[in-house]
Design a protein around this ligand. Structure first.
Ligand code: XMP
Length: 243
């Protein structure tokens, strides 16, 4: 069963390059007030080895996502994913553009959650991923992935593509994670008010003087934006009722 709940939260990107800082922050976030998850990226893994996943696992009860942006042939993609799950990851991030045979192979491992990248935050994504992203999201949704990545830097794309997720039971259970907050220009809440579930925050948390407080502050900022939005929807509704 997934450890990653489909509800508003912050996914802290661990892209620092030493194990001690990663373990310290994992322990700090364990006690933080809010809904948090930890995403372990390639810089940290390359500098410290795959053991960092197990070390972070020992330091926290929060869900751990291995962000290998895996994009290899099915056999190798599954092998990399299996190593990450065995080390303690609850989820892996793989690219969808490499094809549904790759996505299916990793999903069929049943080792943990599978999150697929649909569109990214950088300009090259508009050129290369946008033309095929509608097909990608429909296809990964049909396979039944647990999560998808959509860019917080393009909230209109989050809104549009999240509407294409489908499920037999009505509302999709697939969670959406969105990077791009602060360091890449998006503001906390930009993606979540448009249908995302988790906003990924890297440098703005791990490079701050007080990462735990900063993570809690960003989480609260997201909640305030959601409350404001719900207030607006509510007043729209009551305005409509009066007509
Ligand atoms: P910063 O420091 O910019 O870190 O907050 C962002 C984190 O998110 C990852 N990232 C992405 N991951 N699709 C992804 O799957 C994207 O479009 C994307 N943009 C950034 C990045 O690797 C870092 O960990």
């Amino acid at each position: 069963m997934t450890q990653i709940k489909k509800r508003p939260g912050i996914m802290a990107a661990f892209d620092m390059e030493d194990a001690a800082s990663a373990i310290w922050l994992a322990e700090e976030l364990n006690g933080a007030k809010g809904n948090f998850a930890i995403k372990i990226g390639r810089p940290l893994e390359m500098q410290t080895g795959k053991e960092i996943i197990s070390k972070v696992r020992d330091a926290t009860d929060l869900p751990i996502i291995y962000d290998g942006k895996i994009a290899d042939i099915p056999y190798i993609s599954a092998k990399i994913s299996e190593i990450a799950y065995d080390a303690g990851a609850d989820a892996v991030i793989i690219h969808a553009f490499v094809g549904m045979d790759v996505v299916r192979e990793v999903v069929n491992l049943r080792g943990g959650d599978v999150i697929t990248v649909i569109e990214m935050t950088h300009p090259g994504s508009v050129e290369c991923l946008e033309p095929m992203s509608e097909t990608l999201i429909r296809n990964v949704s049909a396979i039944g992935v647990d999560g998808v990545v959509l860019p917080a830097t393009r909230p209109d794309r989050v809104k549009h593509l999240s509407g294409l997720l489908s499920c037999d039971c009505g509302e999709s259970e697939t969670y959406i994670i969105s990077p791009g907050i602060h360091a890449q220009g998006a503001a906390p809440g930009d993606a979540i008010v448009n249908g995302s579930d988790y906003e990924v925050v890297g440098r703005a948390i791990y490079q701050s003087d007080d990462p735990k407080s900063e993570a809690e502050r960003i989480y609260q900022e997201v909640l305030s934006r959601l409350e404001k939005l719900e207030g607006l929807v509510e007043s729209e509704r009551s305005g409509g009722d009066r007509k």
